[in-house]
Design a protein around this ligand. Structure first.
Ligand SMILES: [Ca+2]
Ligand SMILES: [Ca+2]
Ligand SMILES: [Ca+2]
Length: 395
């Protein structure tokens, strides 16, 4: 059944209460003071659905218009939001459907406020089905958390250069206010607390972190931008494989558990494009790369397309800060050379800095960082949350 909320008048409160009482039992009327402190994640809210009042934190990912349909543009009205734990979530089973009471619609409805898309919010209300789907109804409070996925274009809210992250007071607390070597040292300590994957686990992880937002059966290849079936992982022509953005020969760390299995810099790539990139340093110029629009290469360097230039740069800077030579692996660092060979360096630093500025973090990159943090490694790429930290450390 498809519900179109815009035409349905809310039933009288007494009727709502008696219906919910019948469905859910007496526990639902427990006063808000009975709830646990702190916000629930969306996943927790989906599994809680106890009719009691809770505060839930999630990213606005669209407007539900039916049980299995959430729209992300052309919003029909201001009546409902879908929120999720990841800003890039597209599966409705991972979303909580939030009913917006009439008094809040002009402020929190997507038709009136399309810039809310991608913003992280806290919403308080009864966890109960809405659109025959896990939901939150009779919301009593909405608030922005100050974090957004910054899709980097049409939004009129937060800027594209970062400087603000919901993790500042928690994950990054020890790094805030620092610069230069002190900032680098703090970030190194913070991000080195991670789960280390095996090289075979990387296949599974990339099928999650690099999933095509428009097709859950596919991943997006880093350089070509091609959407390809997850099942096409392998080594044959036409397959996708595990590209080491920090070429593993630069420091010769291989694929034993460590930098060679750190998915912060491992991405799906077309087998042949990956072969062309090989272990080249990054720089601009050269000949066009077959099968990769906007990619160029010559004898000593590879240029990715504009779409992912910043993504590549931030992965390199992550690797440089994460690996400092204190854990049995080489101290990785960017430099100005494009002739690094097997030295633990990657060029060209000045070009990577420029790419970081020209291509700020986008929604896919933010969602990927969140998935790595929440589902796989428990660490973040600080330069996706704070791209200005590249200059704070390397200038
Ligand atoms: Ca070159
Ligand atoms: Ca990008
Ligand atoms: Ca380093």
């Amino acid at each position: 059944m498809t519900l179109t909320l815009g035409r349905v008048r809310a039933p009288a409160p007494a009727l709502v209460i008696s219906l919910l009482s019948l469905l859910l039992g007496v526990g639902l009327l427990a006063p808000p003071t009975a709830q646990a402190a702190g916000e629930l994640t969306v996943a927790q809210a989906i599994s809680t659905q106890d009719g009691a009042s809770h505060t839930v934190r999630g990213y606005v990912v669209g407007q539900p218009t039916a049980t299995d349909t959430v729209v992300t543009s052309d919003f029909p009205n201001d009546y409902a939001l879908a929120i999720a734990d990841s800003a890039g979530e597209t599966g409705t089973s991972q979303m909580l459907y939030v009913q917006i009471p009439s008094a809040s619609r002009s402020t929190w409805g997507l038709r009136s406020n399309p810039d809310l898309l991608g913003q992280q919010i806290d919403v308080t209300g009864q966890l109960a089905a809405y659109f025959s789907h896990p939901g939150l109804k009779n919301a009593s409070a909405f608030a922005l958390t100050g974090s957004s996925d910054d899709t980097g274009g049409t939004g009129g809210g937060t800027g594209g250069t970062g400087g603000d992250s919901s993790y500042d007071s928690t994950y990054y607390a020890n790094a805030m206010g620092k610069t230069g070597a002190a900032l680098k040292s703090s970030l190194h300590t913070i991000i080195s607390d991670q789960t280390v994957l095996s090289y075979s686990e990387v296949w599974t992880a990339l099928k999650d972190t690099d999933e095509d937002p428009n097709n859950a059966s596919n991943v997006i290849e880093l350089y070509s931008g091609t959407s390809i079936a997850k099942s096409m992982n392998g080594g044959a022509v036409g397959d996708w494989n595990r590209e080491h953005v920090w070429a593993k020969s630069h420091g010769d760390f291989g694929t034993t558990n460590g930098p060679g299995t750190d998915i912060q810099h491992l991405r799906p790539a077309d087998v042949q494009v990956n072969g062309t990139r090989s272990n080249l340093d990054f720089d601009e110029g050269g000949s066009a790369v077959s099968g990769c629009s906007g990619c160029f290469y010559d004898a000593d360097s590879f240029e990715p397309p504009d779409r992912v230039k910043g993504d590549v740069a931030r992965m390199i800077f992550y690797m440089a800060v994460r690996y400092e030579g204190d854990d049995g692996f080489p101290d990785l660092e960017p430099d100005e050379s494009t002739d690094n060979g097997t030295s633990p360096f990657m060029g060209r630093l000045s070009v990577l800095e420029q790419w970081n500025d020209e291509d700020p973090p986008d929604a896919f990159e933010h969602a990927r960082n969140d998935k790595i943090y929440e589902n796989w490694q428990g660490n973040r790429n600080p330069f996706i949350d704070h791209p200005e930290w590249v200059d704070a450390i390397y200038n």
